[in-house]
Ligand binder design. Sequence first.
Ligand code: NAD
Length: 370
Amino acid sequence: MSANKSLLILPGDGIGPEVMREARRVIEWFERRRGLSFAIEEGLVGGAAIDAHGVPILPETIARAKEVDAVLFGAVGGPKWDGLGFDRRPEIAILSLRRELGLFANLRPAIVMDALVDASTLKPEVVRGLDIMIVRESTGGIYFGEPRGIETLPDGTKRGINTEVYTTPEIERVARVAFELARKRQGRVCSVEKANVMESGLLWRETVTALQQREFPDVALTHMYADNCAMQLVRNPRQFDVIVTTNLFGDLLSDLASMLTGSLGMLPSATLGAVGPGGRRHALYEPIHGSAPDIAGKGIANPMAMILSFAMLLRHSFGLEEEARLVERACGNVLGSGLRTADIMQPGLARVSTQVMGEAVVRELDKLGA
Ligand code: NAD
C-alpha cells in the first residue's frame, strides 16, 4: 500500500454532488484494484455552506485545503442564493480558495475524443485528435491590477479604469509551469500576448524568451499575438501543444478552445500554486462547468468532466501518469461504446443517466486494468 494521499472533496451545489458521486466510484476503484490509499475528507462549499453556516466557505475548510495534497471541487451556485450580496455569494468559495492557496496557473486541456468528433461545431477533419493545453495566469493581470474603479470627471461624465500589470516573477512562474508541461507532451510552447500594443505584453514576451533560453532550451518556444491566436484556434487548432497566456487573454482563449471539443460536461481543469517546501504544490481540480441548476436533481448530468478532473489530479498532484491515462482511456471507451448523457446525445446512441455513465467507466476500468 503506497502512502496516504490526502484529498479534500468539496462537492458544492446543484449537479456538483451528483457528478462527484461518480468520481468517487473511480477513486474507490483505484483503492480497491490498484492499492492506492487516499485519506479523504469532505466539506461544504457554496450554497450548501451558506445554508449550514451562513458563509460560502468556512475558514476551517480553507485551512484544510492548505493542508491536503489536492482539492477536488464540484460546482457552486444556484438561483436560491442569487439575491445575496456579491461578497456572500456561493462563488466566493472558489475565489477564496484560489486566493488563499495562491493558485496562479489554470490548466485547461482541450481534447477531442474520437467518439465525440462530431459534437464539435468545427469540421471533424479540423478537430480530430486535438490535444491542446492552455495555461492561463489566474491571479494577476487586469482583473486584479491597480488603479481600478469608476470615477466621475469634472464635466460629470465617468471614466472606468482597469490596469494590466505583470511583474517578472509572476510571468516566470506561470511560464515555468507551461514549459514543464510541454516537456511531458510534444515539447512546444506558444506564448500569447499583445506585445505590439501593450508594454506589459512586451515584458511578458521578453521574460518568457529569457526563461526559455536559461532553463528550457530543449522546449520549442513561439510567440503569437492574442487576436491571431483566437483566429488560429479556429482555423487550425492542432498546430498548438501548450499555450501560455495572461489572465484576460486566457479567459477568452480557453473558453474558445473548450468549445472546439463539444460539451461543457466533458471538460476538466486544474489550478496549481507554487511548489512549497518538500516539493508539494497546492492544487485544485474542478470541471469547468457550473452547478447547472436547470438539470440538477434529475440524474442526467454528464459526470465525465468531474471524472477527468480526477485524472488530472492523479497526473499533476501525484505524478501517476499511467493511472491518469487509464481513466482517460476508460472514459473514451465508454463514449466509444455509444453511451451518452443528454448533453452529448447523438441519434442512434444510448441515452443514460449520470449513475449509469459512472458505473460504465468503472466497468471499463475493470476491463482495462485487468
Ligand atoms: P453551467 O455550467 O452550470 O450550465 C450551463 C449549461 O450547461 C446548462 O444548460 C447546463 O445544464 C449545462 N451543463 C453544465 N454542466 C453540465 C454537465 N455536467 N452535464 C450536462 N449538462 C451540463 O453555467 P450557468 O448556468 O451559467 O451557471 C449556473 C450556476 O453555476 C450559477 O450559479 C453560476 O454562478 C455557477 N457557476 C459555478 C462555477 C463553479 O463552481 N466553478 C462555474 C460556472 C458557473
